[in-house]
Design a protein. Structure first.
Length: 326
């Protein structure tokens, strides 16, 4: 009996020891340390060009003020540039700034036509030239934008606008503190207005009208940043003209119908097929007859001194440009 009891106790002790040996002890974390590991993994990143941002433009009060209007200029019946040209543009804010060009070269005068300098050379056909109110020369060559500030020139593509098709035309709107371009939107056939307040570094946009199939735009930017613009569109039956006023990004428009050649000056639009030219103000329904200013605009580009600059042929049949003095 005693032997059996002792054997049972020994057996129980052995079983207990075996269980303790086989049992997995718990894992106790005394401290945790994070070791930084740097891995270099080659990646191929595909850049995506974002669509133009339709953001609100900076308020007019933040713009750099334009210099005062300059109207003094020498009077002359005719002036001739150092080479033939076929287009001419006179600044509306400074009578000393004149630009003349052909498809290859841009000539600029800052002394009312007395002397000229060739600027903004580059590849591509010259499409348009203008001035901002600070005297910076702005040019388009095959939809590449060139800006000359003093003696410094730089070129760039205007983002958000087409540039590959020969029909993807573009024009400039000068006179104010900004760089203003109208081109064909890169995602449609809309006429897209692009405005840069910092010489091309940043842009804001507005899509204005469809079926803009010809580079026909007339207008200017005022010193307060407001843009006054007339675009001639095209459809199968007519060529309607749309008149726009854009201020702080807000767009107002009028459909004027097929009225032919127009010019925008001040608060008026002038219609030239009529003789004398007809004019009206934005929002008016009736056209008014007769205007000396309209007659000047019909003959060419009018500078700040009231002179009319236009293209004429010389006696030998070559193109030249002339100043018509008042």
């Amino acid at each position: 009996m005693r032997v059996a009891l002792i054997a049972a106790i020994v057996t129980q002790i052995a079983v207990t020891c075996l269980v303790l040996v086989l049992r997995k002890p718990p894992t106790v974390v005394h401290a945790q340390t994070t070791i930084p590991v740097s891995l270099t993994i080659p990646l191929t990143v595909q850049q995506t060009v974002a669509a133009p941002s339709v953001v609100a433009p900076p308020p007019s009060t933040t713009k750099q003020a334009c210099p005062p209007l300059r109207t003094d200029a020498p009077r002359a019946k005719a002036l001739h540039p150092p080479q033939d040209v076929n287009r001419v543009f006179a600044s509306r804010t400074n009578a000393g700034w004149i630009a003349a060009w052909d498809e290859e070269h841009v000539l600029v005068s800052t002394d009312a036509g007395v002397t000229f300098s060739r600027v903004l050379d580059g590849p591509g056909k010259v499409n348009d030239v203008t001035f901002d109110c600070f005297g910076n020369v702005i040019a388009l060559r095959d939809r590449q934008l060139g800006i000359r500030e003093g003696t410094r020139e730089h070129w760039q593509h205007v983002p958000g606008m087409r540039r590959d098709d020969e029909n993807d035309h573009a024009v400039l709107v000068g006179g104010g503190p900004d760089v203003v371009v109208i081109g064909v939107a890169d995602d449609s056939w809309l006429a897209r207005l692009g405005v840069s307040p910092d010489r091309g570094s940043t842009w804001w946009y507005r899509d204005l009208v469809g079926s803009w199939e010809s580079a026909n735009a007339e207008g200017y930017q005022a010193s307060d940043g407001a843009i006054h613009l007339a675009l001639t569109t095209a459809d199968c039956m007519s060529d309607p003209v749309f008149w726009f006023r854009i201020r702080d990004g807000k767009v107002e428009s009028e459909d004027l119908g097929s009225i032919g050649t127009v010019a925008v000056e001040g608060d008026r639009i002038y219609m030239f097929p009529a003789a004398p030219p007809m004019w009206k103000r934005f929002g008016e329904t009736e056209w008014h007859s007769g205007s000396k200013r309209g007659e000047k605009l019909m003959r060419g580009s009018v500078d700040a001194a009231g002179r009319v600059w236009s293209i004429a042929e010389t006696k030998d049949g070559e193109a030249a440009w002339a100043v018509v003095a008042d």
